[in-house]
Design a protein around this ligand. Structure first.
Ligand SMILES: [Zn+2]
Length: 147
């Protein structure tokens, strides 16, 4: 159960707060395991109409810092996967298995954790991080690691 934050109903393009719901969208982002068991959240989020006549965006869905737009994982799960590799010496394959995420998802989390640790992410706009894993770039899973 996630309560929507006030900021979640502000248009991401113009920042104007909307009071006009458009529809509902259900998402099920993966979250941290609890006692070794896989968990998931069900978030029924709103799609809002942008009420700013000057804005080109007509509708937008809610986003929260803990669940970025289009992300299928919560931020804390993504961070934990990255830290398992960066700080605790797990391989990407082990971390993917431990957290029951796919290898590309784990690898992306590790890359993001490494960039954050090096300070490269400092200039990036939060919430605008694209998935750097593109088709055809994924090496064979077993034993593969980035660093
Ligand atoms: Zn707008």
């Amino acid at each position: 159960m996630v309560h929507s934050h006030e900021q979640a109903r502000c248009c991401p393009d113009c920042g104007v707060r909307s009071g006009r719901p458009h529809s509902w969208v259900r998402t099920r982002p993966r979250d941290l395991p609890v006692a070794g068991r896989r968990t998931g959240l069900t978030w029924t989020k709103r799609r809002w109409r942008c009420v700013n006549g000057q804005c080109r965006r007509k509708t937008f869905t809610e986003a929260l810092p803990s669940i970025p737009p289009r992300s299928r994982l919560t931020s804390r799960l993504r961070t934990s996967v990255g830290e398992a590799v960066a700080d605790r010496g797990r391989t990407v394959v082990q971390a993917a298995r431990d957290f029951e995420v796919s290898w590309p998802v784990a690898n992306t989390a590790v890359t993001a954790a490494a960039e954050a640790a090096e300070g490269h992410a400092a200039g990036d706009a939060p919430g605008d991080r694209r998935d750097p894993t593109r088709e055809g770039e994924v090496p064979p899973g077993r034993g593969a690691r980035r660093r």
